[in-house]
Ligand binder design. Sequence first.
Ligand code: ADP
Ligand code: ZN
Length: 722
Amino acid sequence: MEATLKKIFGFTDFRPHQREIVQSILDGRDVFAVMPTGGGKSLCYLLPALLKPGLCLVISPLISLMKDQVDNAREVGIRAAFLNSTQSPDERRQVVSAIHEGELDVLYVAPERLSTRDFQEFVAGININFVAVDEAHCVSEWGHDFRPDYLALSNLKKIVGAVPVAAFTATATRKVQDDIVDRLRLDHPYMVRASFDRPNLFYKVEAKDGVSAQVAQAVLQFKEQPGIVYRLSRKGVESTAAYLQKKGINAAPYHAGLSPQVRQRHQEQFNRDQIQVIVATIAFGMGIDKANVRFVIHGDLPKNIEGYYQETGRAGRDGDLSHCILFYSRGDMAKLGSFIDQHPDKALQKVSWQKLGKMADFAEKAECRRVSLLGYFQEVYPHDNCGACDVCMQGVDVVDGTTEAQMFMSAIYRTQERFGVGHILDIIMGAKNKRILQLGHEALPTHGVGKHLTRSFWRRFSEGLLAEGLLESVGDQFKILQITAKGQGVLYGKSGYTYAVLKGEKKKPPSKNVDEKGYNTDLFSLLKEVRTRLSDAADVPPYVVFADKSLRQMCLYYPQTEGGMLGMHGVGTAKMAKYGHDFLAEIKKYVEANPECLKASGVDMPVVTTVARLAKDKDGGSSETIQATIALLEQGQSLADIVAERGLKLTTISSHVEAYLAAGHSLNLEHLLDTAQQHKIETSFTTHGLEFLKPVVAELDVTYEQAKIVRGLIRGRANSHS
Ligand code: ADP
Ligand code: ZN
């Protein structure tokens, strides 16, 4: 597994859960996995697809995404193709014949294809090793993305026969999870619920005030890096896009009012780094696989946290530090609320209001954004300071606002609680406009009391009073401010009012997620040019050639041989053959012209250790981690003890034992299984073959771990005879 991970994908380590999922599929066990966007789900099925003989079938809902998925897989040398309605009969025939020739590892299909007779007959005649169901939440009516086509998947097991099924999704509540397991008829699946935390995303909320200008300022700070700006309405999209363009930013709009051709073109150009910023409504999202989105800005409040999480989740799929900025004003809540009120379904209205309230809480509370987001998904964030949100990085000051609250509320009180926030602001700021003069409000003692502070301060301050329940906003068409009982307590000096504000921003933006500190930025620009040249020629997005992280490593380690290059993140043999030499040539040229750069770097290449470890793994279970497991086993510990002691998964530990035995080593297994069980399991393997564990476990009353151990023994024997 590790060797293939490095050789094909160019990665040295698995992301959390990947190893266990791959292992389970290899063991013939069903899998159900919820992993966040960017968690690396595709690798979980592509890797076993390479290791298992036969064809891996991937069910994927979006035809538009299939081409990208196939391109991505092909780039690393996986033999992938798709079958869908966009192809001519001829193209489809070619794919089918490639499958019959055993020339494909992975086939992507849309779910509706499964229910066709043709396809079912075709499937019956080929050797499918397992099925991966992508976006599996689409099968559940409880989910937010139900697709009737996915109902065909209830028959999946009948259609494909006794092969493992692995289902993947990025969003599933417990209820949806149970529903998926049920509908796909997964059998004791290996379950993963990965954390929703996206450690490489930095969250920040800012008070909204002239949003297009604020967005432009933020975007300019991100230099040339790609990002998405979300706005609520088409009009908002158009105006912000126009503003950014005026500021010289390479931005384009995307919303449902544009023709499909224009939308497609903008998406494509964004994907290829030809457009820096997409300004979009939430119509832009499904099918965005771009790995290097460095920022997601919300110019308006999202409707709920699910939406916010999903949209911000499009940032930083490649694992590099990325920024999520929300420009917030309580006014947005009123706007969204009026949409909710228009909905005929009362029950739905209530739920929508609750969700909107949670979203506003997220923006208003001076609580760690990560704690607050994860809390919404019932996950407890285990650290005090997340190190990657405005609240944690800036810290909060608790400020006494009793006097200001009294000023603001007395303006409301003296005007008989009949006016909206705009007019109250006019009074305390001392405005002398027509309305103020008509009503004689310039004569109020509170007229102008707030002049020493800015209008936007007071606006935000009033939002705080609302959020704390000192004021309420009432009325259908025109909202007016009224003082609650709690507010009266403060107004009459019976209680005080404090509020939390973020401390001043620290100058330096965080860089904790960039591992390649001190990489050579001059060389980086040169390598980026090489990448653009190659990606244009191959007609793929630049990040498909190499991720930024790969280039940064090259600019830190200056690899000058093929072996050195293969040690870099994301460089596998296929990409080495296809692109590696162009980068090598550029690096060599640079090093020749600037020999001093090597001295300045002073870092050892990571390649040496990696290659050494791979070599060790190959000769059969002698790597350190396996040794550690075996040592504990030899002390008589049970598998469960070892799991607890080493903090690894049971599947991992049992794989260690299997690998060790398969390499021909002997072990005392008395405390793990008795001889009678061993014989039963061996006989069962003789009938079912060694490939899958499941038939054996299903037939006998034994655990997966016991079956695995016996399989190790059988393989070990076979190895020592040959
Ligand atoms: P998901 O489908 O879960 O949203 P992807 O499969 O698209 O995520 O993977 C996101 C990114 O992470 C891709 O750029 C992929 O190459 C990268 N990736 C996946 N697994 C690893 C790993 N083990 N090490 C480093 N990068 C990885
Ligand atoms: Zn935090």
